[in-house]
Design a protein around this ligand. Structure first.
Ligand SMILES: C[S@@+](CC[C@H](N)C(=O)[O-])C[C@H]1O[C@@H](n2cnc3c(N)ncnc32)[C@H](O)[C@@H]1O
Length: 266
């Protein structure tokens, strides 16, 4: 996605770093400010955050491609989407089939302002500003209703978002699952301290510094979110290893070991 004239410069708080803009920076986007870049550079001295972000994005890309190419899915609901910077869902899906519809959801006004600007010429993609925990508001939003027909197979993506849902995440996941018809997909990633607890604590501290509470979870906890679904092979594994097919970002073991990924069929 080109920035240039579409770049937002006046929306948002340029004084305080922000999770969505940090992700954007790590992904090579241009929708970030000096405060974000300074914190991003400081953080990678403690943990390979950039590699972790790219690992997550690479998982998401593989899932979207699989949905469109092999499962006939043409509708995506991306929860906690951040700024839809390089290689995001609409770019991957619409590059295969331009008729794919994508609804992004984020509660952060900064991410939403950037996304709205980036998507303004794209009739098949939209951003909804909402807390994803308000499932009814997300599902009933006019843009969701315009772009997603829940009687048809839909992919719900919860990539990098569930650790931000500190209370009752299983209930939130269950409500989205209940809205989906047979043949739909739930794809998720989740931060974990199972393998690298001390290093992952740096990520928790980083979020804390941005007034975001982040909760890594164990494999057992994450299993609850996908229980009862038919998991695509290889099941719930480190996201870096999920059908990597040589697409491994080729980064650090710590980054690869910090996030689980799974794709389940309703
Ligand atoms: C890790 S970032 C972006 C991850 C993005 N899915 C990706 O793969 O690049 C998480 C995003 O979730 C958003 N977020 C956190 N809690 C949220 C909530 N309760 N409702 C909606 N968005 C939320 C943040 O604003 C942030 O943009």
């Amino acid at each position: 996605m080109q920035d240039g004239p579409k770049r937002v410069t006046t929306n948002g708080d340029s004084e305080r770093p922000n999770v969505a803009r940090l992700f954007d920076y790590y992904l090579g986007g241009a929708h970030n400010f000096a405060v974000d870049r300074a914190l991003a550079e400081e953080s990678i001295k403690k943990f390979p955050v950039a590699e972790m972000v790219r690992t997550i994005r690479s998982f998401s890309r593989r899932v979207v491609r699989l949905c469109v190419e092999e499962m006939g899915i043409r509708q995506f609901l991306d929860l906690g989407s951040g700024i839809p910077t390089a290689g995001n869902v609409h770019e991957v899906a619409q590059s295969i089939d331009p008729s794919c519809n994508v609804v992004y959801v984020d509660h952060d006004p900064v991410a939403v302002a950037h996304a709205r600007t980036m998507l303004r010429d794209n009739l098949n993609a939209a951003i909804v500003q909402s807390d994803i925990r308000d499932v009814g508001a997300v599902l009933r939003h006019p843009e969701t209703r315009r772009l997603i027909d829940f009687t048809q197979p839909t992919a719900v993506l919860m990539v990098g978002i569930l650790p931000y849902i500190v209370d009752e995440p299983a209930g939130v996941v269950a409500r989205y699952r209940a809205a989906l018809c047979e043949g739909s997909v739930l794809a998720l990633t989740h931060l974990t301290k199972d393998v690298e607890p001390e290093l992952v604590d740096h990520i928790v501290d980083l979020a804390d510094g941005m007034e975001s509470e982040l909760m890594p979870r164990s494999k057992q906890d994450v299993e609850e979110f996908v229980s009862g679904l038919k998991l695509l092979e290889p099941g719930l594994v480190l996201a870096a290893h999920w059908r990597a097919d040589g697409e491994l970002p080729g980064t650090s073991a710590a980054a690869d070991a910090s996030t689980y990924g799974a794709v389940g069929i309703i």
